[in-house]
Design a protein around this ligand. Structure first.
Ligand SMILES: NC(=O)c1ccc[n+]([C@@H]2O[C@H](COP(=O)([O-])OP(=O)(O)OC[C@H]3O[C@@H](n4cnc5c(N)ncnc54)[C@H](O)[C@@H]3O)[C@@H](O)[C@H]2O)c1
Length: 254
């Protein structure tokens, strides 16, 4: 069983009801832990099975974010469990990188289906419940790769660029309904996704380009998500928060 981190003092999400896609592991899991610690009631929705004893104190639902009927079913069930929906976090995503000339349509399509269409479907289905409530907060997880793409990331970077534009577009539309929509763009975060995608050599090159000289921890993305979800960010919408140790704002250094 994983030990839950303690966050002394902070209870900014008391009585908030949240759905977190991709919450079985990685960044989504860290956000679930943080939200629960700050007082939220949480539904984790993921394609992978979440063992019952792995994360206590939350509901778990299966979903394939790329499948419209699966998203509709999950969101309806989640709102039945939670009674309402205050926060949606879209952390479900995949990263697979190829040379352009080796990129089959199926590869491109799979990344778009999960990262971009999945974000659209989850945002739309959450908004169906948030609009009548006249309140809500949506946090999409983009990527620094959308701003400063690394080698072979064209499909992934394009999907996350889409997430950024989509977020800004609907933030404007949903503001009149009291719904805030923001995107967090992390540079590399130490999760299973990165462990499988980054060789030691690539990691060394990347680390050398990061002004803070290290990859982020999932808990550091979770802290930003907790801020955005809280009333402390009550006037923040349509924002892109680059949680990237300075990566996208720095040039060549010696
Ligand atoms: N780790 C990084 O360096 C990094 C950097 C920038 C952005 N991101 C983004 O952050 C998000 C989370 O990444 P992570 O590092 O935690 O990855 P991860 O692989 O550790 O976790 C991703 C989770 O998403 C779930 N998932 C994948 N496809 C799904 C689907 N179709 N339906 C439902 N769930 C699905 C997986 O089962 C997994 O639990 C992703 O959107 C990723 O693109 C990650």
């Amino acid at each position: 069983m994983n030990e839950r981190k303690q966050y002394p003092g902070a209870k900014r999400l008391t009585d908030k009801r949240a759905v977190i896609t991709g919450g079985a592991r990685g960044i989504g899991r860290a956000i679930a832990d943080r939200f629960i610690a700050e007082g939220a009631e949480v539904v984790i929705a993921d394609k992978e099975h979440i063992p019952d004893d792995d994360i206590a104190g939350c509901h778990k639902l299966p979903v394939d974010v790329a499948d419209e009927s699966s998203v509709k079913e999950m969101m309806t069930e989640a709102v039945t469990l939670l009674s309402r929906l205050d926060i949606l976090v879209n952390s479900a995503g995949i990263a697979k990188h190829r040379e352009l000339l080796e990129t089959e349509l199926a590869h491109w399509q799979q990344i778009m289906d999960i990262n971009l269409t999945g974000t659209f479907l989850c945002n739309r289905e959450a908004a169906r419940f948030m609009v009548p409530q006249k309140s809500g907060c949506i946090i999409n997880i983009g990527s620094a790769a959308a701003i400063l793409p690394s080698v072979r990331t064209h499909a992934y970077a394009a999907s996350k660029g889409g997430v950024m534009s989509f977020t800004k577009a609907i933030a404007g539309d949903l503001a009149k309904h009291g719904i805030r929509v923001n995107v967090i763009n992390p540079s590399p975060v130490d999760t299973e996704m990165v462990k499988s995608a980054h060789t030691p050599e690539f990691r060394a090159s990347y680390t050398a380009r990061l002004p803070m000289g290290r990859y982020a921890l999932p808990e550091e993305i979770a802290g930003t998500a907790a801020f955005l979800a809280s009333d402390d960010a009550g006037y923040v919408t349509g924002a892109m928060l680059n949680v990237d140790g300075g990566f996208t704002s720095s040039g060549v250094r010696q």
